[in-house]
Design a protein around this ligand. Sequence first.
Ligand SMILES: Nc1ncnc2c1ncn2[C@@H]1O[C@H](COP(=O)(O)OP(=O)(O)OP(=O)(O)O)[C@@H](O)[C@H]1O
Ligand SMILES: [Mg+2]
Length: 335
Amino acid sequence: MGIEKESNMFRLLNAKEVNNRLNINREATTIKKLKNREIIALPRRTKRAKWNIPIFMLDFKLSKKPCEIIAIANNKGGVGKTTDSTNIAYSLAYIGKKVLLVDLDNSTGAFMDLVKGGEYIGVRNGLKHIFNEIAETGKIMSKEDIKNEIMKIELQHASLDILAGDLDLEDLYISKMENKIKTIDLVLKRMLNQFREDYDYIIVDTPPCVNKSLIMGIIASDKVIIASSPNKLSTDGMMNFINSIQSIQNQLEDNAEISMMIANQVELNTRTQSKFVSLLKDYICVQHNIKNFAIVPKDIAVQESQENTKPLLEYSPTSNAAIYLLYIATLIEGE
Ligand SMILES: Nc1ncnc2c1ncn2[C@@H]1O[C@H](COP(=O)(O)OP(=O)(O)OP(=O)(O)O)[C@@H](O)[C@H]1O
Ligand SMILES: [Mg+2]
């Protein structure tokens, strides 16, 4: 599902090719990083064919494409936005990309927890401080000053840069800014554009409602990924939400688009869920011209990794969800 793809940057090999090349027993799920560039994931054998996790091998030519700013969005809560943002960001870092993760999800503090397992270099106030400065001076901080608000987190296999959010971001700091600056929707875009030369990807986690933070996030982004869950609650009203996103994007001069839909917590063996997966993939994506559809299976390792404050690829690199999320990172990189 959504996994047949080749690009000039990486090649997906079939199981036989992988076996021939590496002589690896394909019974075990394996993620291996070879020479820092090749990554291989092999499936654990499962009963149901359609449950097979992707077999892929990546052999990057380390081509350099321009920085992409990607927002992960849905107006519904609990659909996996933060899980996807954090793990996609870490998976991209894992395959050698330089990544900044921006937290506009002011409704929870969960985001920071996910990466506490790493070693912080400096404690920073992030967006709260930047927005507060704008509220007080009417000006956006210099790039150097913004850099001082970015936290670097060293994890086991890669490092991530983080611009932290705050519970009071929307109600306090953004409202304060509104009195001082007219073009508030453009603030984040102006800030992040200055960092395009420093990062390969800037991933923006967004809140579960259409508010100023979300609008800022969409306007700042080149691409939007819709995170969803295959159930009634998540799919109801989704077309309206997508229309709102697309109408915000249409006002922009650049060609911003919704590039992907991710269905999280998928249990393909239940009939009701298959119906919703199909609704997302075959109807909503087609109607809105969303080119990529990917799933992340429901996996207890996701919650465990969060309880252990680690990205999934570190906590359980061979879990199904980790492999799918890594696979999604390669789809993003291959586009
Ligand atoms: N693939 C998965 N398998 C199992 N559990 C998952 C999976 N993806 C997400 N979850 C769980 O679902 C819950 C909600 O996820 P998450 O916080 O990422 O959603 P969210 O959309 O960011 O929510 P909010 O709108 O409140 O910010 C979490 O408890 C998370 O552990
Ligand atoms: Mg969230």
